[in-house]
Design a protein around this ligand. Structure first.
Ligand code: MN
Ligand code: MN
Length: 470
């Protein structure tokens, strides 16, 4: 788009506002893109549900398991919690691949392994919980929650649970203390102490069997209705994975509907845009192999067999090399990673009108100005960061600029204000070039995270241009 340019604007960097400068067709495309995104957020509220959603979409686009002859669109799911998908290019994979890497776990409230108890004082059957990831505990109190997860029954069968998403299903509540009586318990303490993870027990049920003689009548009744409905017994909870997430649906926000509010946008917004970028890049066989990877456990340190530290991703790349008829010797696999370029696709913090002081405005992202590029994350003196190389940073900026993508640069927050990390360094440890690149959110890690539709769409376009880059 040609614009009159003063000498100053030609020389200086200024981020561009999407609504001010993007063509009307692009603005309409941004709104349309957000519609499908909202239904994704509603259908894929947990790690396992995101995997199921993704697999269904991949199959629709004719992706297959590795090994199927002649297919250059492949994917692998590992332990139902992590997935890698690839479109194999014309060049050998050992020349390097282009990858968008996001995580699909979000902060949540898990049930404890032995959760159910009867609380005699309140005369209620309750469930004990243990929160997952960095939450502000008070946000999860007195708000409707839905229960998702799986239970493995004694016969080995797997039971998928989802209660509280449909309008005709009940929701669950962890009640907060009334303000009238909060003086000592909460108001006299600092926020970190006022909300205790041990006081986040869930109201499960309140009925009991008529004329029953059980000692713990409330708990017995709760077990009975669980057994009637699902055929499970108390011991089945011990191996189960059951988690509470906000029962509210993603929807438009703001009078102009320019934002999306919803749970789990950290980091499913980058997962979704990455996946869409791959699926909208299928017309021609690419030169370099395109990979999209969704990791688990990022919110708790990326360990374990489904976290980014896991062997899974390396094994996947090795497998697609074999599928492609290339040697996947240790040396060749190392070569593939060392020749690769990766966007660590994770969200960052956008300037919030209520808390501008935590940012240094010139180096923070603002809504509606496109995908946010963070050369480094970490805390203090960049501790724990990846710190992308200038050469790669410049290359990515050129790719975005050539594709007319709206982009901006930003750190997570002001120096010494706090900090955070991503999986960027884990992937960079394999020798690849890695740059943090994602959407700026407001209210990150809350039940109602906000994004701008302009940034959502810009991020999709950014990943699309990157995956196909030479
Ligand atoms: Mn994240
Ligand atoms: Mn996070």
């Amino acid at each position: 788009m040609k614009k009159k340019e003063s000498t100053t604007s030609a020389l200086s960097y200024e981020r561009k506002n999407f609504w001010k400068e993007a063509p009307i067709a692009e603005q309409k495309a941004a709104f349309a893109f957000a519609e499908a995104y909202k239904s994704f957020l509603n259908e894929a509220k947990t790690v396992r549900e995101t995997i199921a959603y993704t697999e269904a979409l991949l199959k629709k686009h004719k992706f297959s398991a590795i090994g199927k002859k002649g297919s250059n669109k492949v994917y692998t799911i590992f332990r139902n919690k992590t997935i890698a998908m690839a479109v194999i290019g014309t060049e050998p994979i050992s020349n390097g691949f282009n990858m968008v890497a996001a995580h699909i776990d979000s902060p949540r409230i898990d049930l404890k392994q032995n959760p159910l108890y009867e609380d005699s004082g309140s005369a209620m059957a309750c469930m004990r919980t243990h929160y997952y990831g960095g939450i502000k505990k008070y946000q999860w109190l007195s708000t409707p929650l839905s229960l998702h997860g799986i239970v493995i029954k004694k016969d080995g069968s797997k039971l998928d649970i989802s209660i509280g998403e449909r309008d005709d299903e009940p929701v669950f509540i962890i009640p907060d203390l009334l303000p009238h009586l909060a003086k000592k318990e909460q108001y006299s303490k600092n926020v970190a102490d006022a909300f205790d993870g041990n006081k986040m027990n869930l109201l499960f049920s309140g009925m009991q069997a008529p004329m029953g003689e059980d000692k713990e009548a409330l708990k017995s009744y709760a077990l009975k209705i669980l057994n009637d409905k699902y055929g499970i017994t108390e011991v089945d909870f011990i191996s189960a994975e059951l988690e509470l997430v906000p029962a509210v649906k993603a929807r438009d926000a703001g009078f102009d509907s320019s934002m999306v509010v919803g749970y789990g946008q950290d980091d499913r917004i980058c997962a979704y845009t990455g996946m869409k970028a791959l699926l909208e890049n299928l017309e021609n066989k690419p030169k370099r192999t395109m990979v999209v990877y969704f990791s688990d456990k990022e919110e708790v340190g990326s360990q374990g067999n489904t976290g980014a530290h896991s062997i899974f991703l390396k094994d996947f790349i090795g497998s697609i090399m074999a599928h492609n008829g290339e040697s996947n010797s240790s040396a060749n696999l190392r070569k593939a990673f060392m020749n690769s370029q990766i966007l660590s696709a994770d969200v960052t913090a956008a300037i919030d009108p209520n808390f501008p002081s935590v940012h240094e405005k010139q180096n923070a992202v603002a809504f509606n100005h496109g995908i946010g590029i963070s050369k480094f994350t970490g805390s203090g003196g960049k501790y724990g960061c990846n710190d992308a190389n200038a050469e790669f940073n410049a290359k990515v900026i050129k790719i975005f600029t050539d594709a007319e993508v709206f982009w901006q640069t930003g750190e997570l927050g002001k120096i010494d204000e706090g900090g955070g990390g991503t999986i960027a360094y884990i992937l960079a440890n394999q020798g690849a070039e890695v740059l943090d690149c994602g959407v700026g959110l407001m209210g990150m890690h809350s039940l109602y995270e906000l994004c701008s539709k302009a940034d959502l769409y810009s991020t999709y376009k950014a990943y699309k241009s990157f995956l196909i880059a030479k």
